[in-house]
Design a protein around this ligand. Structure first.
Ligand SMILES: Nc1nc2c(c(=O)[nH]1)N[C@H]1C(S)=C(S)[C@@H](COP(=O)(O)OP(=O)(O)OC[C@H]3O[C@@H](n4cnc5c(N)ncnc54)[C@H](O)[C@@H]3O)O[C@H]1N2
Ligand code: MOO
Ligand SMILES: [Mg+2]
Length: 418
């Protein structure tokens, strides 16, 4: 008798996985290696930014009071007492009708409270004249206007991007405390699989899931150990899975999770004593996606069908990895879009359509990326998002508003309602 599996909702499946995620710990690394890591400490302003009042322009630092009453017909003349380039400080305070020539980023000299841009002046033998009055404080970049000392600027659990790196560098974080990165294991199962460089022979196909998963991990900056391909043999596959689990923090297998005679992952989980979190999800593709856990390590049994494999990774594996690293926004961002063409199939299960979104004069439009069955490989290559059609809905028409999940985005969200 074939086992009858009971599908659970996608949101419930995601929750079950996330509930099993164990944090991977922290480490201190050099700032130059920190891009793509998750902050394990908040960024606190160690000092004001800017750390001193400075000029935002190339011009002259003056006392605003000295410019009072200036007009085009009665220009006011200033004597220039010196020059301050960025990185230098003025030697003395300025007095009445005195000015420092000052460059963008240079510290304001004592007594000066306004900056006149070079373009607003006419040069004279001893300085310049100007034709309008300046307010005290005009054209000054104030100490602390960007960040105040002691302020918490970014919270722990945030993914470090180039802007975060700039902030860390500003405060002198030569080293930064981040989450460790887990090491993934990858195993492609299937007696039919050939290596990428092999010529096709009858009945066989090339392994595309292995390289795809490696790239999905690369996109996240996650290192992996590849266990290559394994033929559908129970003993051999069990040995490889066991070894992989010993050597890595979690394991991704592809294929062998359905009810076929050579689908051995369910038997392997049983042999190893792994707890199966689910083996059927009310989604398409990827309904047979199975996730199990053993000794705190997750085993992602992704389907062999390429589109199902891809989708299973994005929906379950990716947020779990990010959560292992303490990322507080581990889910793909969601947007609404106008459907660009009819999609007439009914959706007994939640459907994730590989699609391509673009911003057009009509707003964001998402178009299915061609052949969209679970075994499709071409639409994964063309797509940049997943259209989500909820279960229980009928066909959709061009012009309908749909939700999309953005692939490959650095920006995450804290919650999903799938
Ligand atoms: N009687 C039933 N049959 C099937 C069911 C079901 O519920 N009852 N589910 C179907 C669904 S849905 C899917 S999806 C597949 C899932 O199959 P498996 O995860 O067990 O994967 P395999 O059987 O190993 O392979 C499926 C398919 O994918 C190809 N494949 C496998 N690995 C790779 C790879 N690394 N690169 C490229 N392509 C790969 C494989 O050759 C098969 O064509 O089961 C349905 N059947
Ligand atoms: O798991 Mo299958 O991908 O739903 O077609
Ligand atoms: Mg199968």
């Amino acid at each position: 008798m074939v086992e009858m599996r009971k599908p659970i909702r996608v949101a419930e499946a995601v929750k079950r996985v996330m509930n099993e995620v164990v944090s991977i710990g922290t480490e201190v690394i050099d700032l130059e290696d920190a891009y793509g890591r998750v902050l394990a400490e908040p960024i606190i302003a160690k000092h004001d930014v800017p750390p001193f009042d400075r000029s935002p322009y190339d011009g002259f630092a003056i006392r605003a009071i000295d410019s009072a009453g200036a007009t085009g017909d009665s220009r006011i003349a200033f004597n220039v007492v010196g020059e301050i380039g960025a990185g230098f400080v003025g030697e003395r305070p300025i007095g009445e009708k005195e000015a420092y020539r000052i460059m963008t980023g240079a510290q304001m000299p004592e007594n000066a409270d306004a900056v006149v841009m070079l373009e607003q002046t006419v040069e004279t033998a001893t300085g310049f004249t100007l034709r309008k009055p300046f307010e005290p404080g005009e054209n000054i970049s104030y100490q602390g206007e960007d960040c105040k000392k002691g302020e918490q600027l970014i919270e722990a659990g945030t993914l470090i991007h180039p802007g975060t790196i700039a902030l860390l560098a500003t405060f002198g974080y030569a080293q930064v405390k981040v989450a460790r990165r887990p090491i993934a294991g990858i195993l492609s199962t299937g007696t039919e699989l050939l290596d990428v460089s092999d010529a096709l022979v009858p009945g066989k196909i090339r392994n595309s899931n292995g390289p795809m998963i490696r790239a999905q991990l690369d996109r996240m900056g996650i290192a992996y150990r590849s266990y290559g391909m394994a033929a559908d043999e129970l003993d051999h596959c069990t040995t490889v899975v066991k070894k992989a689990l010993e050597e890595t923090d979690f394991l991704i297998t592809t294929g062998g999770v359905s009810v076929g005679d050579y689908d051995y992952l369910p038997a392997i989980y049983e042999r190893l004593g792994a707890k199966v979190l689910f083996n059927k999800v009310a989604m398409r593709p990827g309904s047979v996606t199975t996730v199990a856990v053993l000794d705190g390590k997750l085993l992602f049994g992704l389907s062999g069908n390429p589109s199902a494999c891809f989708t299973g990774f994005e929906l379950f594996t990716r947020p779990a990895i990010l959560q292992m690293m303490g990322d507080t926004a581990p889910y793909m961002p969601r947007m609404t879009a106008t459907l660009g063409e009819d999609f007439t199939k009914p959706n007994p299960f939640t459907r994730f359509i590989r699609a391509s979104w673009a911003y057009t004069p009509d707003g964001v439009v998402a178009v299915p990326a061609g052949f969209n069955k679970s075994n499709a490989v071409s639409s994964i290559a063309r797509g940049n998002c997943l259209i989500v059609l909820p279960s229980g809905t009928r066909g959709y028409e061009a012009g309908d508003v749909v939700d999309i999940l953005l692939l490959g985005s650095e920006q995450g969200v804290r919650e999903w309602t799938l």
